[in-house]
Write a protein that binds this ligand. Structure first.
Ligand code: ATP
Length: 381
């Protein structure tokens, strides 16, 4: 196979166990050079295990992992982490506290000459706008600055792949999105291929070109952010990604679903179920239009959340349904107001009822091992 047609990273039917417990099952995906992917899912769904298997810190029990077409993990072989040319970024930054920023950034560059190291560190510090802070120590930087340093330390040796484990979860919400976009620009600039794991969809959306949603050790959908939001593969993805409400209904014909809120029409193709099938329809905030008069449907505003350019309203209809709607924040509705509503389901997203036959039952699990230990292992040799 030619190098051009070979994905940078491939996981084929990977299984990862802790003793008898299967933490990741049947995981397959491929990543092209230069793309940014994300494994997204609730706590305990197996994201970190998958990332650690890619890094070489966990052996796999079935399937294989390939880098540039070469097998780096299989049930009887694990290429050591330090031979994988991968960089890692952790949620607690994991900067070496006794090293100044310059020495942290050049930590993985021991094979370069002193001049080359200096040049590379300067160019990266410049890239994250921290060029004057090389002599400081990590505790003298803010959380956001430390995470920027952690990123450029990972990128400095020009690794084949950068792995990021919940990199922004110690930072406030505004900074998360800003850093997510900054990191994405840095990856583009440096031609880096990256995989991020997170349970935070805004983090995933800010950075990733493709996202794999995981539940209970399984990959549920691998898709673009747009498709996950607008064409979720099942009810679990619909619930997990983005805001929305679910309304029960019955298929009336190949393009219509009858619900308590009215008949909803599908403009995006025929429904795959026969008339009379019980379904659940996903209503995203952009499907629910407020203040459209005259309207048979109305709801009382029970909550509003200011989002800058837009405000997200939660409304309760007389039949007890809770709907969410986005409106420009220049239109200011009071809490408690009764507002006319129109359902504009251009892309009708429906699931056959009881589609959650295998509901996600992920449990919380704290982090696995100290990040420093992991880094030190990766830097050996
Ligand atoms: P989080 O977002 O909370 O970090 P996660 O999606 O990254 O979660 P993992 O840390 O990969 O999930 O854990 C997946 C499953 O494997 C969980 O059920 C967890 O309890 C279990 N697990 C993780 N590490 C171990 C271990 N060392 N021994 C046994 N079970 C483990």
């Amino acid at each position: 196979m030619s190098r051009a047609s070979t994905p940078l990273l491939e996981l084929n039917d990977m299984r990862c166990c802790y003793g008898n417990f299967v933490a990741v099952e049947n995981l397959s995906f491929a990543l092209e050079q230069g793309s940014i992917a994300c494994l997204l899912g609730p706590s305990g769904c197996g994201k970190t295990t998958a990332l650690r298997a890619i890094a070489g810190f966990e052996a796999i029990n079935k399937g294989e992992i390939r880098l540039h077409g070469q097998v780096i993990s299989s049930p009887n072989y694990t290429l050591p982490p330090e031979k994988r040319r991968m960089g890692m970024v952790f949620q607690d930054y994991a900067l070496f506290p006794h090293l100044n920023i310059y020495d942290n950034v050049t930590f993985g560059l021991r094979r370069m000459s002193r001049d080359e190291r200096r040049k590379r560190a300067d160019e990266l510090l410049e890239l994250v706008d921290l060029r004057n802070l090389g002599d400081r120590y990590p505790h003298e930087l803010s959380g956001g600055q430390q995470q920027r340093i952690s990123l450029i330390r990972a990128v400095a040796p020009r690794p084949d792949l950068v792995l990021l484990d919940e990199p922004f979860s110690n930072l406030d919400v505004d900074l998360r999105e800003r850093l997510g976009r900054e990191f994405k620009d840095i990856f583009r600039n440096e031609g880096v291929t990256a995989i991020l794991v997170t349970h935070d969809q805004s983090e995933a959306f800010a950075m990733a070109d493709e996202i794999g949603v995981m539940c209970s050790g399984n990959l549920v959908q691998w898709d673009t952010p747009y498709n996950l939001y607008h064409r979720p593969a099942n009810r679990f993805v619909a619930d997990f990604v983005g805001y929305g409400s679910i309304v029960e209904g019955i298929v009336a014909d190949s393009e219509k679903v009858k619900t308590e809120l009215g008949t909803l029409c599908s403009n995006n193709g025929e429904l795959p179920w026969p008339r009379g099938t019980n379904v659940e329809v996903l209503l995203r905030p952009d499907d629910v239009k407020m203040g459209q008069a005259p309207s048979a449907l109305h709801g009382r505003i029970v909550k509003r959340a200011f989002k800058g350019a837009e405000t997200l309203y939660t409304l309760r209809t007389p039949s007890g349904h809770e709907l969410v709607s986005l409106a420009p924040s220049t239109i200011d509705y009071e809490e408690g107001s009764d507002i006319g509503l129109t359902l504009d389901t251009n892309h009708l997203v429906a699931f056959q009822r009881n589609d959650m036959a295998d509901p996600c039952s992920c449990k919380h699990q704290s982090s696995l091992s100290p990040a420093h230990e992991t880094l030190a292992q990766a830097a050996q040799g």
